[in-house]
Design a protein around this ligand. Structure first.
Ligand code: ARG
Length: 466
């Protein structure tokens, strides 16, 4: 069997009378994936060693040797000179064994008053906190890009849809602001989650605390945690924070997927509203004319992974009795996957957005095709005294006639329109144009260019003060 290259025996080997089965060793090991936590593991160990010296469990000299040893190990790992060993199971025991190998007996004192249970919980929280900060950065970048484009497109008229049928004219800037709002809420949710991630389990030890006079506030402060977990059993077994993060990540992916879907539809030949830059697309190996919207398609496609990660974690936790169980080792891969997927999707979107070409002519022409101002005509009749239901009926008939004539409502002569209601007068023309229709919706949250500009200004100041 593969033995620890460093010690030749397990760090927990004391009570065992035979060696671990080779397959079991591989089956139980996590080092292949949890080595990704090496930096946080060393960071947590440094804080723990400093605290042990602070309360007099280690001498200052012992602490210094441990810290130096950890520093060298970090350099070894980062320069790819560290040999990871499956027989040592996980990142924690690989680093600890190497420490003792490097600095001798004193290395064995590092684990005083600590367990891998609080150690791993600390590592994941530190890792996730950093990951959340990176994701927040990407979310902000997407939001800034959306506001920049919205600013440029406040007067760009396009059709707004319900049931993917042309509904009313809107502006493209307004549509982008709808995307912006989704991501604004996601940012707030992620910031909320960060507070619950940022709590220190360190000192909980295996499950019940320790007999040493540890100072948990001291390590929490060194590690930048906002609070100390109040119950040690909960501290080592709680993975709510990972589930909560994954739920927020799933929501972000759901939003990105909706945006991606619209970009895919808009960039099709039939719509032609936008063109995605060549450097974000690929071609077909057989059809020479093809330019495929791979980035949005992959964002849409990757959404399922993150939903899966969330369900994975929820299921992982549902049957576990308190406190730590080995099941918890299975928390890392879905969490890593959720972080990687949401980060890379946001990054791809942030990079691509500013390069999207907008086809104003196609958007405008499409808005003119779908009788998008029919509701404006009904509202006009209501202002002239007709009850809305009757107005709806009148306009429905006018639209049917326009379809027969093959023209837009705004292209019908006044006499033709008056056949449907004598309330219609020459002033109707202002109402039937696309420009008139959007300009009339100027209340807060409306699509009028003025309202869109006001919301953009408000959004910039929200972004600055978040
Ligand atoms: N590799 C383990 C994990 O990821 C570390 C904690 C092990 N604790 C234990 N009691 N076996 O959860």
């Amino acid at each position: 069997m593969v033995m620890s290259e460093t010690t030749g025996e397990k760090l927990w080997g004391g009570r065992f009378s035979e060696q671990t089965d080779t397959f079991v060793e591989e089956f139980t090991a996590s080092v292949n994936f949890d080595r990704r936590l090496y930096r946080q593991d060393i960071q947590g160990s440094r804080a723990h060693a400093h605290m042990l010296a602070h309360v007099g469990v280690l001498t200052a000299q012992e602490c210094e040797r441990i810290i130096d040893g950890l520093d060298t190990i970090q350099v070894e790992i980062e320069s790819d000179r560290f040999s990871w060993n499956t027989a040592l199971e996980d990142v924690h025991m690989n680093i600890e064994a190497r420490l003792t190998e490097k600095i001798g007996e004193v290395g064995k004192k590092l684990h005083t008053g600590r367990s891998r249970n609080d150690q791993v919980a600390t590592d994941i929280r530190l890792w996730l906190r950093e990951s959340i900060d990176k994701i927040l950065g990407e979310l902000i970048r997407v939001r800034q890009n959306l506001l920049n484009i919205a600013e440029r497109e406040t007067d760009t008229i396009m059709p707004g849809f319900t049931h993917l049928q042309i509904a009313m004219p809107i502006t493209f800037g307004y549509h982008l602001l709808a995307w912006y709002e989704m991501l604004r809420r996601d940012t707030a949710r992620l910031r909320e989650t960060r507070h619950r991630v940022n709590v220190s389990p360190l000192g909980a030890a295996a499950l019940a605390g320790t007999t040493f006079p540890i100072d948990r506030a001291y390590t929490a402060e060194l590690l930048g945690f906002e609070a100390v977990a109040a119950n040690s059993m909960d501290a080592v077994s709680d993975r709510d924070f990972a589930i909560e993060f994954s739920a927020v990540a799933a929501m972000i992916m759901m939003h990105l997927s909706r945006m991606a879907e619209e970009m895919i539809i808009w960039s099709s030949t039939q719509f032609g509203f936008i063109a995605l830059p060549d450097r974000f697309c690929t071609g077909s190996s057989i059809m020479p004319q093809k330019k495929n919207p791979d980035i949005p398609e992959l964002i849409r496609g990757k959404t399922g992974r993150v939903y899966g990660d969330l369900i994975n974690l929820l299921t992982l936790m549902k049957g576990q009795p308190l406190a730590y169980n080995k099941d918890n080792q299975e928390d890392k891969e879905p969490l890593f996957d959720a972080v990687d997927t949401v980060s890379s999707s946001l990054r791809a979107l942030a990079d691509m957005l500013p390069a999207i070409e907008v086809n104003h002519g196609r958007m405008y022409a499409s808005a003119r095709e779908g009788y998008a101002t029919a509701t404006d005509l009904a509202d006009y009749l209501v202002r002239k005294g007709l009850p809305f239901r009757d107005a709806h009926e009148v306009v429905g008939k006018a639209v049917r006639r326009a379809i027969e004539l093959g023209c837009d409502l705004s292209e019908m002569d006044l006499d033709e329109l008056r056949k449907f209601s004598s309330l219609i007068n020459v002033d109707v023309m202002g109402v039937l144009t696309l420009e008139g229709s959007v300009a009339a919706r100027q209340h807060y949250g409306g699509t009028a260019p003025e309202a869109v500009c006001a919301r953009i200004r408000e959004a910039w100041s929200e972004l600055e003060n978040e």
